[in-house]
Design a protein around this ligand. Structure first.
Ligand SMILES: Nc1ncnc2c1ncn2[C@@H]1O[C@H](COP(=O)(O)OP(=O)(O)OP(=O)(O)O)[C@@H](O)[C@H]1O
Length: 590
């Protein structure tokens, strides 16, 4: 039992949670709900059970035996021969109750540690040759890929692990590392095999997969720990404003977007990092990813703690592509844009690992994705970019299943395709986004992006941030620009007389922005930034449109001309996004 003081401690803790929450819960009913939940008797009882288990755990009890269920049933049989005294009857009744039997059954399972995955025994002949350097690794395979890429070493012909994806099964196991040489998979030798022959071996394996490995560290190759680690900061950090920094003089301040080289991660709370390219710059302390995540969690943005009730406005709808304010486009785009909250998930903005990219003039241009809340001016900025340099910038031509109208041209206005073709492409994941309007399909396909890029142009795509994932690969190298509204005062000033096209059903399809539209724009921008901010390379505040356009154009040109661009490290091994995901494209992706 919890002592009275301990119990009061639990109550005090819950009350302090309540008072900490008070300032965040803006509605009386939210507060009441939280209060009744935290003061719930059952929750307190759970705390008590937790406390007891904790204390019991500290004693590290060892199971006395693993066959309590069988012992109980043997005992029942024995007892029957000892007459039916009241005590015996009670004991037999107790042992015969299904709940009690189940309890003993669970006890035995825990005592035998049945919950742990059982790994097969190490093959007897595994260590015959080269005893010191061979390692046997057994992983329990789920439906997820192992999160590693493999390649064939050109010099030796060996199959080696090229990259381990952070957070993947291989990474979590801590048993497979970059540079490890794979000798066997489930006892099948990989000698003289190509990477594409290995994928089926893994696909076929169910449950446990056993790898025979020569660890990288036992070879002469450079261990991955010596690899330089670069990150891009996803938040501003001012060491002078941080009261918890261990030594202010030894800390490094930075801005969102700065690239830093991490030189030490030994301390889990404070990493050491230095600015790039500055040989004189010394390494200094920066908050570790873990510390920053904790800080973000503690001051969880208001918008996330209290999701705003942004209702789809009657008017604000995004045109799907350049200057086309067609009903379908607004319909499709309207629905996708407002669904951001459903598809997005919160990523605490900390650091993203990046790798250098030296653009060869022969390389295709990076895909430029413009995102922002409805009505903020994404189409306007895209239109200005196109007009400013039509040879350099291009936009995609959407696909549709509706009939061609008299003045429309195939391949210029739309690609007109049959429903069958559209649906087949949908099944093959060839659309970045799509929708239905008045019984017809409309969509932007990966192929149309490929076409603009193959023309040697910078493809400008305006999309909802939730669709970025479809093109977040080394093939497209998307450069994501978030167009953000200015503060409400500036928004009122700049959009005072601006007209925009809204819904057909609206009594007034072309109207000026209302105060509510402007507030919704700001709220949606905040939500988007919270959910997808980690994907944004550049944030442009669209107050004065001419200024915003100049800033955007200059930024795109500067980025392209830069000697080195920093790309997310995860693209290094991202498979091509052609939509047709044949095994051929995924040969090295395990
Ligand atoms: N900075 C600005 N100052 C004044 N007007 C602007 C500014 N930016 C855009 N506009 C105007 O606001 C209106 C809406 O802009 P735009 O169509 O580009 O929005 P959008 O972000 O593409 O949203 P939608 O999804 O509604 O198409 C247009 O009339 C545009 O000319």
């Amino acid at each position: 039992m919890l002592s009275r003081t301990e119990h009061r401690g639990v109550c005090r803790l819950l009350s302090s949670v309540m008072s900490g929450t008070e300032s965040h819960a803006d509605r009386e009913e939210d507060y009441r709900f939280l209060h009744s939940m935290l003061m719930e008797k059952k929750l307190h009882l759970l705390f008590k059970i937790h406390e007891r288990l904790k204390r019991f755990e500290k004693r590290s009890p060892i199971p006395v035996q693993e066959h309590a269920a069988r012992l109980a049933s043997d005992l029942v049989e024995e007892l029957i021969y000892h007459g039916w005294r009241d005590e015996v009857k009670e004991l037999v009744d107790l042992f015969s109750k299904p709940h009690f039997k189940s309890l003993l059954f669970v006890h035995d399972a825990v005592a035998r540690r049945d919950f742990e995955p059982s790994l097969p025994p190490v093959p007897e002949d595994a260590l015959v040759e080269d005893e010191d350097s061979v390692k046997i690794v057994s992983l329990v395979k789920t439906k997820e890929p192992l999160g590693a890429t493999i390649k064939r070493d050109k010099a030796t012909g060996a199959i080696v692990v090229a990259r381990i994806m952070r957070g993947g099964a291989a990474d979590k196991s801590g048993l497979i590392h970059e540079g490890d040489e794979l000798k066997e998979v489930n006892g099948v030798s990989l000698e003289n095999r190509k990477p594409k022959e290995i994928l089926p071996l893994l696909v076929l394996s169910q449950g446990n997969v056993t790898f025979t490995i020569i660890p990288a560290s036992s070879k002469e190759e450079i261990p991955s720990s010596k690899k330089k680690l670069f990150v891009r900061a996803l938040f501003d950090y001012d060491a002078n404003e941080d009261p918890s920094v261990p030594c202010r003089d030894a800390a490094v301040s930075f801005k969102r977007g700065d690239v830093l080289q991490i030189v030490s991660k030994e301390d889990v709370t404070w990493w050491q990092a230095c600015y790039l390219g500055d040989s004189k710059s010394r390494a200094g302390l920066i908050p570790s990813q873990q510390l920053q995540e904790r800080r973000v969690a503690l001051q969880r943005p208001k918008a996330l703690f209290r999701p705003r009730q942004v209702k789809p406005p009657a008017g604000l709808r995004r045109s799907f592509r350049l200057g086309r304010k067609s009903s379908w486009a607004r319909e499709v785009a309207g629905s996708r844009r407002w669904s951001g909250g459903v598809h997005g998930s919160f990523h605490p903005p900390t650091y993203i690992e990046v790798i250098p990219y030296h653009r060869d003039p022969k390389d295709k241009h990076r895909l430029v994705i413009l995102v922002g809340p409805n009505g903020v001016g994404v189409s306007e900025l895209k239109r200005r970019l196109l007009i400013s340099d039509p040879d350099r910038y291009g936009v995609t031509v959407p696909y549709t299943t509706r009939e061609k109208k008299r003045l429309e041209n195939e391949g210029t206005d739309y690609h007109f395709v049959s429903v069958h073709m559209f649906e087949e492409d949908l099944l093959n994941h060839r659309f970045i986004e799509y929708g239905r309007y008045r019984g017809h399909y409309y969509g932007t396909s990966l192929d149309s992006v490929h076409r603009v890029m193959a023309d040697g142009k910078v493809c400008l795509l305006d999309a909802h941030p939730s669709t970025i994932k479809h093109v977040y690969t080394s093939e497209f190298k998307p450069y994501v620009v978030f167009v953000k509204p200015p503060c409400i005062e500036e928004l009122r000033l700049t959009r005072r007389r601006v007209k925009f096209i809204c819904d057909e059903e609206d009594t007034n399809p072309v109207r000026v922005f209302s105060e509510e539209d402007l507030e919704d724009m700001i709220n949606l921008a905040e939500t988007m930034e919270n959910q997808y901010g980690h994907l944004f390379d550049k944030v442009i505040v669209n107050g004065d449109v001419a200024g915003a356009f100049r800033e955007l154009k200059a930024d795109l040109e500067k980025t392209e001309a830069a000697e080195v661009q920093w790309l997310p490290a995860e693209w290094n091994c991202s498979p091509p996004t052609t939509g047709r995901r044949s095994t051929g494209h995924l040969i090295d992706w395990i």
